[in-house]
Design a protein around this ligand. Sequence first.
Ligand code: SF4
Length: 277
Amino acid sequence: MTPRIERRSERSAFFHTPNQFHAVSLSGGKDSTAMLLMMIERGMPIDLVLSADTGMEFPEMYAHLAKVDDYLFRERGLHITTLRHPKGFEYLMFDVPQQKKSAIERRIANGQALTGYGWPGVHVRWCTGQLKTHLISKEVNRLKGEVGALHYVGIAADEAARCKGEQYPLVEWGVTEAEALQYCYDHGFDWNGLYEIYHRCSCWCCPLQRIGELRKLRCHHPELWARLLDMDRRALAQFGPGPLGQFKQNWSVERLDARFAAEDAQISLTSPPQGGV
Ligand code: SF4
């Protein structure tokens, strides 16, 4: 179904003074991609497209971002500006020296390594902060201060509660998450099927994803699953069985691997034989 996209009205919030600087955040997901494509289609000004790379995106996501970059360059003569932490996810997880006195004391008391944040958890999402939001907001705040930039963020209309004082075209246009995805598909951006497999397409190594998503990761991206097993073994060896070395509450990646393998074996036992008489 083609999404219902309302034309920009004369009273749109997106009429701004000429020469204003327009910075668009692009995660590469369906909502920010649809926002960018719609802004291009509607002839809205765009001066900068910012993306933060955690280094742990799916290969299909990197291919998608390259495709969006080509399109952006063809349409507007712009390339995506990609921001990266200088050392990346695994350095922060395993090797960054602890700075806080209290953290160092706690690590010593627990007999843990003095480097690395360990696996992120619900209450300690160091990765989102250090690899995404901090990088983007630092740059956006600089642009706001220097050139009064407006910052466009791809939040869909059904997630409007997340809006916090930036520009939200999808909310203004009433574009839902489902419509955003369909719009991308209709314009030839399909992430090579990634959204048909997974509900979420951010870091493949995220311990906050559901077990069902991890089951799919093992099945559809076995090379990434093998990396995840390695990372988890290393985390367990370095931090022990507490929250830092624990991938998920009650589940190491190795235990999940055994569970998924047992489920697969059960399915093949109960499936009727193919072919036959
Ligand atoms: S998707 Fe997960 S691992 Fe990636 S930055 Fe967000 S919380 Fe961290």
